[in-house]
Design a protein around this ligand. Structure first.
Ligand SMILES: [Fe+2]
Length: 388
């Protein structure tokens, strides 16, 4: 027992509560940023929440540059353009406000403000992580969705059209100095996006809990994250103005991302090519593939899934563990259906004849390497077929 020595840690200061965004000027002062650049997407730029944030900054005498061109799946061009603006304006810190995309671009901006080469030079898989010699200028992350948890994460995922794939940069230097979680900023998120982003957070918690890496802090966080999502995702989806549900979902999404510093699993490997090839929302792609992966993992993950069943309120400890684990899969499926997510990849524009090519891409994705049950490319193909 405990023969292998491991290390684990986690920082990031989180400012949480209704109206927390009004603390932004104080946060900037604490971390010594006088001229920030705000990074966001065009949709949020037009929203009242954005105007309110800018007037809070101006009220405190803080002038900012704004880049509002972030795409849904953020591109290398988004980063190149915003980093050039950042340098030219002499900014010394970045505020990423929006979904995971805006926050991911914000992270890449401070890196590219100091790096003269290409973003791909710094890619984790190509060994570029060693070239990420921070500290970089500080990042403040303000999520307006409750899903990716990028506000507490140390990676940024950017699509390169030139390379035809996603570039993932990863470094502890990418962790935001402050994450501001303000439930009021998420009330206008429509039901579908609430459900889909929430299922991303759910998948983060479940895949990190089951992945075979020793990190008991992350496990505890993942379990509480799952509990919060089970309690509040349905409520947030049904009534966007339910601040209690919105706030708990924001917390759960951050917990999911803290937990997955352990790593993820096969669901994420299946989900990634579905977004790259067919533009599926990342959270939706996870929701569509998760039940099949759970059935595939059933024996290996039985203790975890039995625990999940308890979180859903199935507390019959007289029942054998594998029976409760199987029940948990049905409970997850029922939850996805209650959220109004139309099951089946076939219903989301994924042609059956694409599954083999998708399985090849999914196998090349590294997430499945920490799936609790090892998978081959054929297994991934089977999982796509089952989810189709
Ligand atoms: Fe995810």
């Amino acid at each position: 027992m405990f023969d292998e020595i491991t290390t684990f840690s986690f920082p990031t200061r989180i400012v949480f509560g209704s109206g927390a965004v009004r603390r932004l000027p104080a946060c900037l002062k604490e971390i010594g940023v006088k001229k920030p650049m705000v990074v966001t997407d065009p949709g949020l730029r037009a929203a009242p929440a954005f105007a309110a944030m800018i007037s809070t900054l101006e009220g405190a005498g803080i002038l900012s540059e704004v880049f509002d061109g972030v795409h849904g799946n953020p591109t290398e061009e988004d980063v190149t353009i915003s980093a050039a603006m950042y340098r030219q304006a002499g900014c010394a810190g970045v505020i990423g406000i929006g979904g995971g995309s805006a926050i991911d671009v914000a992270k890449a901006v401070v890196v590219m403000a100091r790096h003269d080469g290409r973003l791909a030079d710094l890619e984790a898989q190509a060994g570029g992580m060693d070239r990420m010699n921070g500290p970089y200028d500080p990042i403040i992350a303000i999520p307006t969705t409750a899903g990716t948890g990028s506000e507490v994460g140390r990676s940024s995922v950017i699509t390169s059209h030139e390379l035809g794939r996603k570039i993932i940069i990863f470094s502890p230097w990418l962790m935001p100095k402050r994450a501001i979680l303000d439930p009021e900023l998420t009330v206008s998120l429509p039901p579908f996006l609430t459900a889909a982003t929430g299922m991303d957070a759910f998948t983060h918690c479940l895949e990190s809990l089951t992945c075979p890496v020793y990190h008991p802090l992350c496990d505890a966080i993942a379990i509480h994250g799952l509990e919060l999502i089970i309690l509040y995702l349905g409520r947030a989806t049904r009534d966007g103005r339910d601040i209690e549900a919105r706030g708990n979902m924001l917390v759960a999404a951050s917990m999911g991302a803290i937990a997955f510093q352990k790593d993820l699993g096969a669901t994420h490997s299946l989900a990634h090519p579905l977004s790259t090839e067919f533009g599926l929302h990342h959270g939706l792609a996870n929701a569509l593939c998760l039940p099949a992966v759970m059935r595939f993992n059933l024996d290996a993950a039985a203790p975890h899934y039995a625990r999940l069943a308890r979180l859903y309120g199935d507390d019959d400890s007289n029942e054998p563990e594998n029976r409760r684990a199987a029940e948990a899969v049905k409970m997850v499926e029922a939850m996805i259906e209650r959220l109004g997510i139309n099951r089946g990849l076939r219903n989301h524009g994924v042609p059956q004849e694409s599954l083999e090519a998708l399985a090849e891409s999914a196998f090349a994705d590294s997430c499945h390497k920490t799936n609790i049950r090892p998978c081959t490319q054929d297994d991934l193909l089977r999982l796509y077929r089952e989810s189709w």
